[in-house]
Design a protein around this ligand. Sequence first.
Ligand SMILES: NC(=O)c1ccc[n+]([C@@H]2O[C@H](COP(=O)([O-])OP(=O)(O)OC[C@H]3O[C@@H](n4cnc5c(N)ncnc54)[C@H](OP(=O)(O)O)[C@@H]3O)[C@@H](O)[C@H]2O)c1
Length: 266
Amino acid sequence: MDRLALNNGVNMPLLGLGTYGLRGRDCERCVLEALELGYRLFDTAQMYGNEREVGHAFRCSGLSRGELFVTTKLYRSRASYAGAKQGIEASLNALQLDFIDLLLIHEPYREAEEMYSALEESYRAGRLRAIGVSNFNVSRYEAFLHACMVIPAVNQVETHIFFQQRALLEVMKKRGTHMQAWSPFAAGKKDFFSNPVLRALGLAYNKTPAQIALRYLIQLGISVIPKSSHRERMRENLDIFDFHLHNEDMLRIRALDGGKTLFGWY
Ligand SMILES: NC(=O)c1ccc[n+]([C@@H]2O[C@H](COP(=O)([O-])OP(=O)(O)OC[C@H]3O[C@@H](n4cnc5c(N)ncnc54)[C@H](OP(=O)(O)O)[C@@H]3O)[C@@H](O)[C@H]2O)c1
C-alpha cells in the first residue's frame, strides 16, 4: 500500500475503506475482508455508529496495532471544549485502542476552535497521532488557521471528478494540510460508473471506471476512502497502484469538474 507523510511525519496510506453506512456484523465482515485484501486505513466516525465494530474487527484480524491506521471524527454533539475532551475518550473506548491515528472535527462547527484545543492537548499527550478537520471550505479553513497551534494534518472533504476542489487543494498545499477525498465516487451519483470519459479511459488502460476515478485523485496528491461492502469491489478499488494516467488523460478528467457540490454541504 502506497503511503504519504503528513505534515508531522506520520505515514498514512493513500487509500482506505470508507465505512459510512456499514453497521453491526456486516461492518465487521467488511473490515475483516478489507484487511485480508490489504487495506490498512479505515475511516469511521462517531456519527456512523460503528467505531466499536471497526475496533473489534481490528482485534480479530491479529494484525499489530502499528500496521493499522484508523481515522475517526467528532460530531456536533461534542461541539465544545469539554465535549471534545469526552468525545476523544469515547472514541478511544469504543475502538478499544490506546491511540487514534487521525482524529477530525467532522464539520466546521461554530465551536470548532475550542474543540480543536482539546484535540491539540491529546495530540501532545500522544493519544492522537495526527489531528485535523473535515468539510472546511477555503474561508473557514483560513480563518481556522489563525486560531490553531497545530496546523491540521488533513481536511477531509467531498472530492470527486465532478467536484474537484482545486482552489481548496492549492490553498491547503501551501499551508501543509493534506486533502482527503470523501465520496470519491460521488456515492454513485450522476451515473458515476457509466461516465463515458471514465469508461473510455478504462478501456484504454485496461482498468474500470472506478479505478480510473481513484487513480486520478491519487495523481493529484489526494488520498481516497472509497466505501464498498463487496469483496470484489474492495479488491478492484485497491488495485490502482500499478498504472499511471498520462497528462492528456488527466486533462480530460479535469474537464468533468462542474465546480459544485453534489451533496449540498457548502
Ligand atoms: N467527512 C465527511 O463528512 C464524510 C461524508 C461522506 C462520506 N465520508 C467518508 O467517505 C467514505 C466514502 O464515501 P461514500 O460512502 O459516501 O461513497 P463512495 O465511496 O463515493 O461510493 C460508495 C458507493 O459506490 C459503490 N461502489 C464502491 N466501489 C465500487 C466499484 N468498484 N464499482 C461500482 N460501485 C462501487 C458502493 O456500493 P457497494 O457498497 O454496494 O459496493 C457504494 O454504493 C464514506 O464511507 C465515509 O467513510 C465522509
